[in-house]
Each structure stands twice: as C-alpha cells, then as structure tokens.
Design a binder for this molecule. Structure first.
Ligand code: SOE
Length: 395
C-alpha cells in the first residue's frame, strides 16, 4: 500500500477550538480515505507550560511559543488558526504570504476591513496554489448538508422565509467571569459574531442567496462582570464581591433581513436563553415545502412536503443513512454523530480540496460576506434599528 503524502499542520491556539481541531486532524484519516495524511506537526501558544501540556494531551509532535516561528518552519504546510478574532488577520496574511495553506476559525476577522485584506491576500495566494478556508464547521453537520442538497434539488420550491436562531445559556449567570469572548477588542462582537455568524453563514450557504439588508437590535444585559473566577466550559462563576470589568460586546442580537431575489429572514443569537444549550436552529419555508433543523437534535431534519401530505405536518428524517452527506464513513444506520464530527468533515473537505488544487468552501470571500452582514447589523443597531443595506455598509 502506498503511503499518502503528508499534510503537515501547525496549529495556533489550543483552547476549545484547538481541542476540536486537534481531534479532527487526528480522526479524519482514520475514517476517510484522504489523498494526503494530516500530521500534527506543531502547536503554538504563548504559555510554554500550557502549550506543552496541550501538545501532549492532543497529540502534537512539537511546540512553539510564537506563531511566527510556526510560519517560518519549512516542515509545515498548513497553518490552522484557533485563536481569538483579533489575531486572525495578522496570522492568516503572514501564513499565506509564506506559502502555507490556512484554515481560519470563524468569524474570519473582527472587521470588514481586516476581512477584505485577508480576502485579497487569499485570492492572490490561490493563484500560486496556496489555499484557504474559514471554519464555519456547521456546514459539515450532515443534516445541514442534506438541507442544502434538498434546497438545491428544488424540494422546497422558492424560499420565502428564513428563520434562524442560535440559542445558548452559558452567560445567564450575571457573575460568570469576564472572558475574551466578552471583550470587543479580542472577539470583535458578542453573540452576534460568535454564534450569529454561524446562522448567517448557514442561511446564505443553504439558500444560495446573500443577505442584502438588515434591521437590528443588540443588547448587553450584564454590563460588568467579575475579573477572574472559576471558569467552567465557556462561562462559569466569578466572585460577586471582587473587581468587575466592562462587558464590551452584545449579549444578544436580533435582526430581520432581506435576501437577494426575495426571501425574508429573522435571526436571533443569544447566550441568555436559559435551558437552550446549543440550539442552532434553522427553518426554511418555500413554495413547495419546509425544512427545520435544531442542533440539539442534530442527527435529524424535519421536512414538510406540501404536495405529498398536505395535512400531515412535518416528518422527521433521521440523517444517519449512508446516502446522506458524510455519514457512510461512520456507523451503521441510526447510530448518530456529534459536535466534533463537523470539524472532522471540515478537515476531510479541506484536505481533498488542497490535493485537487481547488478552492475549499467556505472561502475567505464567503466569510467576508458574513463579515459584511455582521457589520451591517452593528450599524443598524447603533442607529435605532434603521434599515442598513449590506453592500452600502462602511468598512
Ligand atoms: C461559543 O459560543 C461557541 O463555542 C462558539 O464559539 C462556536 O463557534 C460554536 O460552535 C459553539 O459555541
């Protein structure tokens, strides 16, 4: 058996996303036949002990304490960026200019201006065969990939309504600590960019239609939070008496939207929906039928086909059949997948695209479009929900 050529990966950052990406790089070649075999060559992080511990835990062969060193190394083919948004542009641009492929976590950047620069550099790099992708991992959830396939097959007819919610509750405790996700200078925005960006990307990708304008509302319910405290998962509990610092991002984002060629949409992103843990939901109503997805029941898709059963309501498709996207490589029918599989599928698609010399999806240009919608939402919210066209948005 011939050994596939390696794809030597250098990852920057090793927290939640770093762990998910490490798992994906390790797992992808074990379940999918890949034309190149990912190697976990090096991981970078500023804290020497932290990065060594992460390398040992997640299986990276070496460590660096400066991401620039990763980019200088000639035994690395691809840079995987799993750091907060304020670092994405600098790392991605340096990596692409040095001839390394790039996988960059979402949202692509913290501003349209940064995302535009990254896109220009990515497009020039692609002409030299150096490829890049933004990590909107939910595109690789089998049920959402099936939803896209069904829309493309015309099963819904013309789309009229897009209803997207991304509901979490990990910030509901007013004493949850002030983390980087609550600091605009690091994260760019709050619920809007962290989770709303996923909904925007999924809605545009599945319908094949861009959002052209929005009217928005942003709210920060808890304006100050404890500095430090016990982190649990993404939130946790800080002291109620100690020093507090300002929350500089939105806790919740709501907006209505128009899509090109007709559909209208309503979006909600919040970390205060008590009881909703990771309810990334999307419902589409078309002229022939409707589809509904909820990540909390991620192995299924609800489908209503008006012509077949006008009075029967939605039926549930278990998205665990070998004929469904990505599922054939996993377990027998009915044995579902989890959150981590989206990241594994992302690696599979990226490695295949790199080997074929084709642009992976979503490209930085696709992610720039999401960034423009995020910016338009913020402008509208700053202007008492005034209608804001996405293409007129100021960078
Ligand atoms: C936190 O809200 C978060 O981890 C996001 O940052 C991820 O992108 C999403 O997949 C799950 O929630």
């Amino acid at each position: 058996m011939t050994q596939a050529k390696p794809l030597r990966v250098g990852m920057v950052g090793y927290a939640f996303m770093g762990a998910a990406h490490s798992h994906a790089w390790r797992t992808a070649p074990r379940f999918f036949d890949l034309p190149r075999t990912p190697e976990l060559t090096a991981v970078a992080g500023r804290n020497p002990d932290g990065v060594k511990a992460a390398a040992a835990k997640y299986g990276w062969a070496s460590t660096e304490t400066d991401w620039r060193r990763l980019i200088e190394r000639d035994d690395i083919d691809l840079i995987d960026i799993c750091t907060p948004g304020n670092t994405h542009a600098e790392i991605a641009i340096a990596a692409l200019e040095a001839g390394k492929h790039v996988l960059c976590e979402k949202p692509l950047a913290n501003s349209v201006e940064e995302a535009e620069k990254m896109t220009v550099v990515a497009q020039a790099a692609a002409e030299r065969g150096v490829l890049s992708m933004c990590g909107f991992s939910y595109r690789r959830t089998p049920a959402l990939a099936l939803a896209k396939r069904m829309v493309e097959e015309g099963r819904l007819g013309e789309i009229r309504h897009v209803r997207a919610q991304y509901l979490q509750d990990w910030l509901s405790d007013a004493d949850a600590p002030l983390t980087w996700r609550l600091d605009k200078s690091k994260s760019g925005s709050g619920s809007l960019g962290d989770i709303g960006a996923h909904s925007i990307d999924a809605a545009q990708w599945i319908t094949g239609l861009n959002i052209t304008g929005v009217s928005a509302l942003l709210e920060t319910f808890v304006k100050e939070r404890p500095v430090g405290g016990d982190f649990v998962g993404l939130g946790g509990h800080g002291g109620s008496d100690g020093p507090r610092g300002p929350v500089t991002v939105d806790d919740a984002a709501l907006f209505t939207a128009r899509f090109e060629s007709g559909p209208i949409g309503i979006f909600e992103a919040t970390r205060f929906a008590l009881g909703r843990k990771n309810a990334m939901r999307l419902e589409l109503n078309g002229t022939k039928g409707s589809l509904a997805f909820d990540f909390e029941d991620m192995n299924s898709l609800q489908f209503y086909e008006a012509a077949l059963e006008p009075d029967a309501g939605f039926r549930k498709i278990m998205v665990t059949e070998p004929s469904h996207p990505y599922t054939a490589n996993w377990w027998p029918t009915g044995h579902g997948l989890g959150y981590e599989h989206g990241f594994t599928h992302q690696v599979v698609d990226l490695v295949n695209a790199i080997d074929a010399g084709e642009q992976p999806s979503p490209s930085f240009a696709d992610a720039l479009q999401v960034q423009k919608v995020l910016a338009a939402v913020e402008i509208s919210a700053d202007n008492a929900s005034r209608w804001q066209n996405v293409d007129k948005e100021a960078s």
